[in-house]
Design a protein around this ligand. Structure first.
Ligand SMILES: Nc1ncnc2c1ncn2[C@@H]1O[C@H](COP(=O)(O)OP(=O)(O)OP(=O)(O)O)[C@@H](O)[C@H]1O
Ligand SMILES: [Mg+2]
Length: 259
């Protein structure tokens, strides 16, 4: 289990020190329960995102996905506030603005992909943002090219493999050119060469991002800061706050501690 600091405030100090200006999105004292449940899934969470590349690691059920969904306005917090460019966001129209800047790659690719073909799925976002069909087609082709996925262009989306779906999900978000990406377990279903390719892709992206992953080595390769989540609290994850390690890591090379 992750160790818990006595007060979550040091996290905000740390994040604020790392950011040079108002964060693009900030969670302040966010708590959240699902309907008909007494269980506090998010417990007074403070978190900021914008410029840095951040990793979020933590046990199953600790609230990581829920936090992403609160950031996107898919869940309404029980208390606390979401700030976008320093201003509170509450209404759906305000979250729509936020979603132009923040792209979510769902944990389950089947929640992301809904068009018959890969091209249509990747072109959907730009079309929705007002691009003409020609422009949207161009953007989709270029995005797939950049990711080395041109070969999948005309494939039927629901017949893609799990790993292919994950990469196409990334393409559907990148085609909208968000400022920040939220990636929920992007290496799930990826074989080692594809995982390595994703690392190369992420390193070349101009965007900042937050990645949820159980893959410590992947995070150390792709992010600047790593935070842990435990029982609905976001905590620093560094030498003083060691993570537990229930998973196998056959490709792990980075030195790290087990508790
Ligand atoms: N729609 C829902 N209704 C009720 N409880 C839910 C719902 N979705 C998630 N939960 C519960 O909320 C808690 C946090 O779930 P969440 O999916 O955010 O965890 P996670 O950290 O992303 O886990 P994982 O690593 O397994 O993806 C879990 O106990 C889960 O069972
Ligand atoms: Mg999750």
């Amino acid at each position: 289990m992750l160790s818990r600091p006595p007060d979550p405030r040091p996290l905000m100090y740390l994040q604020k020190n790392l950011m040079s200006k108002t964060p693009l999105v900030e969670l302040k004292h966010i708590s959240f329960k699902y309907q008909d449940s007494e269980h506090l899934v998010l417990d007074n969470v403070d978190f900021a995102l914008g410029e840095r590349r951040i990793g979020l690691i933590g046990p199953n059920g600790s609230g990581k996905t829920t936090m992403f969904h609160v950031i996107m306005g898919l869940h309404t917090p029980s208390s606390g506030i979401v700030l976008y460019r320093g201003k509170p966001v509450k209404k759906e129209s305000e979250f729509r603005e936020l979603r132009r800047d923040v792209g979510l790659i769902f944990q389950n690719a089947d929640d992301q992909l809904f068009s018959p073909t890969v091209m249509e799925d990747v072109a959907f976002g730009p079309l929705n943002l007002g691009a003409s069909p020609d422009e949207a087609g161009k953007i989709a082709r270029k995005t797939l090219d950049d990711l080395g996925l041109s070969g999948l262009k005309n494939r039927i989306t629901h017949r893609l493999s799990g790993g292919e779906k994950k990469l196409v999900s990334l393409a559907t978000i990148l085609s909208m050119d968000p400022k920040v990406l939220l990636m929920d377990e992007p290496t799930n279903d990826l074989d080692p060469p594809t995982r390595a390719r994703l690392i190369t892709i992420l390193k070349e992206l101009k965007q900042s991002y937050v990645i949820i992953s159980h893959d410590w080595d992947f995070l150390t390769d792709t992010v600047q800061d790593i935070f842990g989540m435990d029982h609905g609290r976001v905590i620093r994850c560094d030498k003083e706050h060691l993570h537990n390690h229930p998973h196998a890591h056959p490709f792990g090379t980075q030195h790290h501690h087990h508790v």
